[in-house]
Design a protein around this ligand. Structure first.
Ligand code: FPP
Length: 255
């Protein structure tokens, strides 16, 4: 089986799971697993780009990850910062546009927020792969924040009606397209508060590989599995693909 270049998912989202277990299996500290995850991430970015994926969104730190031991939280914050510092130019040279989705609240160190904004600014006009890093991200928090914006806009007279596009326009990145393929590594089969709105019609692929062992070839295998699926978007099974209505907002810049 090979990837059909005509049916590559436009938007792939990944839950990079299993760093801790990878490290434990080797008698290492959990943080060594996160460090090893960097290489997996860059191989996956390279693979996604080569296959023609347009958008790749990875879950780097969730709103629930603050509950981890303080040393691990501190490590993850510092690691994200050092990764950006070390790799921003390389991503820029690869024509990757980097964006962050998540709450930029007071728990995120100001230095990291500045670096995030610099990286977004540096790569803003790139027209290759868009790499979104979900950081201090939770889908429920994103929907709460969108609801708050709806209320604020309604009070200010800036809201005509509440519908799907009104909500989509108030998500962290309104330009983010719907997720086509959602991959989770490490054998867990959960969504874990990730992209609940955007992944409404995503195909799910769960692989046993622990994140540090994932790479561009593994991504290609996930895409092969995706290409065996029949996406129906809520339609009847006997509706031919080419006569199906897209889901509300699909392919629209606001979902
Ligand atoms: C989940 O594994 C992974 C994380 C919470 C962090 C993800 C971070 C990276 C992959 C590092 C590189 C990427 C960026 C963008 C900094 P886990 O710790 O939950 O593993 P476990 O389930 O085996 O304990």
């Amino acid at each position: 089986m090979v990837v059909d270049p005509a049916r590559v998912p436009g938007h792939v989202a990944i839950i990079m799971d299993g760093n801790g277990r990878w490290a434990n299996q080797r008698g290492l500290k959990r943080n060594a697993g996160h460090e090893a995850g960097e290489q997996a991430l860059f191989s996956t970015v390279e693979g996604a780009d080569a296959l023609g994926v347009r958008d790749l969104t990875v879950y780097a730190f969730s709103t629930e990850n603050w509950k981890r031991p303080v040393e691990e939280v501190r490590f993850l914050l510092g690691f994200n910062e050092s990764l950006l510092r070390r790799r921003a130019d390389e991503l820029h040279d690869r024509n990757v546009r980097v964006r962050f989705i998540g709450r930029r609240d007071r728990r995120v160190p100001a230095r990291l927020v500045r670096l995030i904004e610099q990286t977004e600014g540096l790569t803003r006009d790139n027209d290759g792969l868009t790499l979104r890093i979900a950081f201090n991200y939770g889908a429920q928090a994103e929907l709460v924040d969108a609801a708050q914006r709806l209320v604020d806009d309604a009070r200010a007279g800036r809201l005509e009606q509440v519908d799907e596009s009104a909500v989509a326009a108030r998500l962290y990145d309104p330009e983010m397209p719907a997720v086509d393929l959602l991959v989770r590594t490490s054998g867990e089969q959960r969504i874990s508060n990730y992209l609940l709105w955007q992944a409404a019609y995503a195909e799910m692929v769960f692989v046993d590989t622990l994140w540090p062992d994932f790479n561009g070839d593994e991504l290609a295998r996930c895409i092969e599995l995706y290409q065996q699926r029949h996406r129906r978007f809520g339609t009847a099974m006997d509706t031919p693909m080419d006569r199906r209505e897209p889901p509300p907002g699909d392919g629209d810049a606001t979902t």
